[in-house]
Design a protein around this ligand. Structure first.
Ligand SMILES: *Cc1c(COP(=O)(O)O)cnc(C)c1O
Ligand SMILES: [Zn+2]
Length: 411
């Protein structure tokens, strides 16, 4: 007989109407159709200080007191604890003197998705799920496949056909997931995954699952630790499904609630021009957005027309006095290259959107010269080798003789 698992004290509640949800497989509120969120009892943290958590190395599980999963039940491959680089050369180039990059490409599977996945899969294990699944533009599937392998669970992933970067696809296949390519875009693949979850054929681990953002909020806690709780003026990040910006906002709200911070950073969400429902809604000062039917961008990780956490993202932006702006594919590629060439940091296109957005907002005077800005760069350059190869100078072919090589060197 299996031992009963003790779970961390928490509730799933509806973000819209506040109702407590007991169905573990629900992905929306059964009463009002609203978005779900999680309430962890933060009362014990009010008596603590950030340093009290430092016995545990930096990473998602340092912040277990904020998580809805008992760390005794954790399934982890040491996610989080990523570098926060001060980028003076890049900063000089784009006119922001105090610029930092939180490099999420250093996570175990190369994107921030691992932060949410460790918490999500740990909870899946607590409730006895045997099969997990997701729809994905690539990184969620790569991450889920790895964590399912670690947990010994079956994994099925649904990808939009032909639009998944090579590195991400390779990871999902390599970690042993059943990989299904859907003849449709991400939003359509997600509809399928949600139906299968409704039928209980699998436990859904997209960011609509409220446990995922719980892990993802740890990026904010790490930034605060790494800056010794000197709150930055602004945090800039790419927005696709809007899970990450909502999670960062939840982290900020929680730190405020327990009295660890007073000031809040302005959350600034960057979208790609061909896929910008949140930016449009922000520009019209709306609380809700109109989905984009045919999202297009080279930044495939944010090629999402109907962001599941879009309304949460808008609240995050309004609540913190931030903003949303869109960038073109050309601006994304230029920023990706600049980050690589000035700082030696390789990120995938969607991640570079944050830097491209910061540059654009600085030029428009929205970001002040003296602002302390943290750009979250969400994923590793190697996720999408095709894009970086085609945007770099070609390889030089040469014969073996030194003479021709000297000639090449002098050019
Ligand atoms: C998932 C992902 C995003 C978008 O994050 P959302 O939470 O969907 O807004 C951005 N960049 C990368 C590299 C991603 O994998
Ligand atoms: Zn509700």
């Amino acid at each position: 007989m299996q031992e009963a698992v003790t779970m961390a004290d928490h509730k799933i509640i509806c973000w819209d109407c506040g109702k407590v949800i007991t169905d573990q497989y629900a992905d929306v509120c059964p009463a009002c159709g609203g978005l779900l969120t999680i309430k962890v009892d933060l009362e014990p943290l009010k008596a603590k200080k950030p340093k009290d958590l430092h016995k545990v190395p930096i990473g998602v599980w340092r912040y277990a007191d904020f998580m809805p999963v008992d760390p005794k039940n954790k399934i982890s491959i040491q996610e989080g604890g990523t570098p926060l680089y001060q980028c003076s050369s890049l900063g000089k180039e784009i006119g922001i003197n105090n610029l930092w990059v939180k490099y999420e490409g250093a996570n175990p599977t190369g994107s921030f998705k691992d932060r949410g996945m460790t918490v999500g899969i740990s909870h899946a294990n607590e409730i006895g799920a045997k099969t997990v699944g997701c729809a994905s533009t690539g990184n969620t599937s790569a991450s889920l496949a790895a964590y399912a392998a670690k947990a010994g669970m079956r994994c099925i992933v649904f990808l939009p056909s032909g639009k998944v970067a090579a590195g991400k696809l390779a990871q999902a296949m390599f970690f042993g997931a059943k990989v299904v390519s859907i003849d449709g875009n991400f939003d359509e693949a997600l509809d399928i995954a949600r139906k299968l979850s409704e039928e209980r054929s699998m436990y859904l681990l997209n960011s609509i699952n409220p446990y995922r953002p719980e892990g993802q909020k740890s990026v904010l806690f790490e930034i605060m630790d790494q800056l010794a709780y000197d709150v930055p003026d602004r945090i800039v990040l790419p927005v696709g499904n809007a899970g990450n910006i909502s999670a960062v906002h939840k982290g900020i709200t929680e730190l405020k609630e327990i009295g660890w911070i007073e000031k809040v950073p302005m959350l600034t969400g960057i979208q790609a021009e061909g896929s910008m429902p949140i930016t449009r809604a922000f520009e019209a000062r709306k609380l809700d957005f109109v989905p984009e039917e045919h999202p297009e961008t080279i930044a495939t990780a944010i090629r999402i027309g109907n962001p599941v956490s879009g309304r949460k993202a808008l609240r995050a932006i309004y609540d913190t006095g931030g903003c949303s702006v869109s960038v073109t594919d050309q601006e994304i590629l230029a920023a990706q290259r600049l980050l690589g060439r000035k700082e030696g940091v390789g990120v995938e296109p969607a991640s570079a959107a944050s830097v491209a957005g910061a540059k654009k907002l600085r030029e428009a005077g929205v970001i002040g010269k003296k602002e302390r800005v943290v750009c979250i760069c969400t994923g590793n350059a190697l996720k999408d080798p095709d894009t970086i190869i085609s945007s770099s100078e070609p390889v030089i072919k040469s014969s073996k003789d030194l003479k021709s090589i000297r000639k090449i060197m002098s050019q």
